[in-house]
Design a protein around this ligand. Structure first.
Ligand code: SAH
Ligand code: SF4
Ligand code: F3S
Length: 455
């Protein structure tokens, strides 16, 4: 009988990711870092020796979800202890950064708390936690975490699919009065060009066809180019579009104040740059924009969109909105509705204002009643959804390039993304995943399109 070789030290990590795409990216980097210590990722919670909750602090609901999840994990840990099996519980992400030690107090089962700027210290923190210490790492680290985090692992990148995120900029210096991000992600930092190019090349080698550059203010990215000149995001996109294998580039999230000429021109000059722009405006009322510290007017935003559409008429615009910011009157809200009518959004995200402790907005007068917020949100979402449907309807009959991403709902179907980021269903074989094919849009459902291959 041959003896089975069981790898020693193989432990399993389950990562649950909340919040934005940067958290998705961070979860991947943490999984890659832990694999060096023998941890294998699992999708099955019950199999895990280590559970990481990668959390979001943006709205109250998002933050509170974490504590209910920690309550469930505490029970699981107790059950395990009875069987003599360990469970290590870690909290990472923006709640970790914002609440730090407070998490240990509120959730006694938690072993480690690690903020976004110290992920490269995760393996070491884990060893300390295993030694019985309750670890809290929430300093803004002096060293560059990206230099210490392993590059995306080839096999895991391949398994993750043909699209990938790549953080190029992190943190925020804008201090919008409603927002926690400057406190949870720290000051604005741009990764150097060489680091970004090397990572993008690794992704391409592992079969990735589409890369989305990430940043809280991605278009504030800047750095020294190889020629010594100061580069902005437009220049970086030019450089990345030279990478063979990468067929499509996207970036998110942009701030209206950081859309410079080079970036706008990139939408005209770079065929690989997809005609999609996520440009949050939050409100259409100048009074509210001022109170939010957005530092532009509604008219400036609309004029900016017109400038970008002038160079790329086929652009899909998406946005974020907040209703019920302190002091928002019916009139202010109507200004938001008018702005939406003017811009015409292909997609949008809208939220009721959520009070965030420690932000200036929390201290302001004139908090809006919950039912008023709900009513405004409903009206805004109805308008935004009707625009999304109208945008999709306009796509019917068009011929586009479609990147085939993954299996669809029905056998024999795949799902891809249109240039405008809509999911597109099509009959295709699994072996075609990663291909870009020419298709004609035949129909539009509420949240996705249908297409047939041509040629
Ligand atoms: N950096 C991006 C936004 C990051 S947060 C920008 O400047 O636009 C993502 C979205 O969450 C925001 O655009 C905003 O619409 C929403 N948001 C942020 N704080 C919020 C709060 N306190 N209440 C409700 N929505 C909020
Ligand atoms: Fe938050 Fe404003 Fe910074 Fe965006 S720009 S992350 S909304 S503070
Ligand atoms: Fe949430 Fe932090 Fe992203 S607060 S939205 S996970 S930057």
């Amino acid at each position: 009988m041959s003896e089975q070789v069981t790898p020693v030290n193989t432990r399993k990590v389950f990562v649950k990711t909340y919040g934005c795409q940067m958290n998705v990216y961070d979860s991947e980097r943490m999984t890659d870092a832990l694999s060096k210590d023998g941890y294998v990722a699992t999708d099955v919670l019950e199999d895990a020796d280590l559970v990481l909750l990668n959390t979001c602090h943006i709205r109250e609901k998002a933050a509170e979800k974490v504590y209910s999840e920690l309550g469930r994990l505490r029970e699981m840990k107790k059950d395990r202890a009875r069987d003599g099996r360990e469970l290590t519980i870690g909290v990472t992400g923006c709640v970790a950064q914002a609440e730090g030690k407070e998490i240990l107090r509120r959730a006694p089962a938690v072993d480690l708390v690690i903020g976004p700027q110290t992920y490269h210290r995760l393996p070491e923190a884990l060893r300390r936690a295993k030694g019985g210490e309750r670890v809290v790492e929430t300093d803004y680290a002096l060293e560059d975490k990206f230099e210490h985090l392993p590059a995306p692992d080839r096999a895991r990148t391949r398994a993750r699919g043909v699209t990938a995120f790549l953080t190029v900029q992190e943190g925020c210096d804008k201090f919008c009065t409603f927002c926690v991000v400057p406190y949870t992600r720290g000051a604005e930092v741009s990764r150097p060009v060489a680091q970004i190019v090397a990572e993008a090349e690794k992704l391409a080698e592992a079969g990735v066809r589409e890369v989305t550059l990430l940043g809280q203010n991605v278009n504030a990215w800047h750095g020294a180019g190889p020629d010594g000149a100061e580069w902005g995001l437009g220049d970086l996109l030019h450089r990345l579009s030279e990478i063979e294998g990468l067929a499509r580039l996207r970036y998110t999230t942009s701030h209206p104040r950081d859309m410079d000429e080079r970036l706008i021109a990139a939408h005209r000059d770079l065929p690989k740059l997809m005609p999609y722009l996520h440009l949050p405006v939050q409100s259409g009322s100048d009074r509210i924009l001022k109170a939010m510290n957005r530092r532009h007017t509604a008219a400036e935003y609309v004029a900016l969109i017109e400038r970008i559409r002038a160079v790329q008429p086929d652009l899909a615009i998406s946005g974020d909105f907040i209703v019920g910011f302190p002091g928002e009157t019916d009139e202010d809200f109507e200004a938001t509705m008018r702005l939406v009518e003017t811009v015409f959004y292909a997609q949008a995200f809208s939220f009721k204002y959520s009070i965030r402790p420690g932000t200036p907005g929390a201290e302001m007068d004139g908090h809006v009643a919950e039912e008023v917020k709900a009513e405004r949100l409903e009206r805004l979402q109805a308008l935004l959804f009707s625009q999304q449907r109208a945008f999709a309807a306009r796509c019917i009959g068009r011929e586009i390039d479609l990147l085939l991403e993954k299996p669809g709902r029905m056998p024999g179907q795949l799902v891809g993304r249109s240039p405008w980021l809509q999911p597109v269903n099509i009959d295709a074989k699994g072996s075609e995943i990663g291909d870009i094919i020419r298709v004609r849009i035949t129909d539009a459902g509420p949240n996705s399109l249908f297409a047939e291959a041509i040629g």
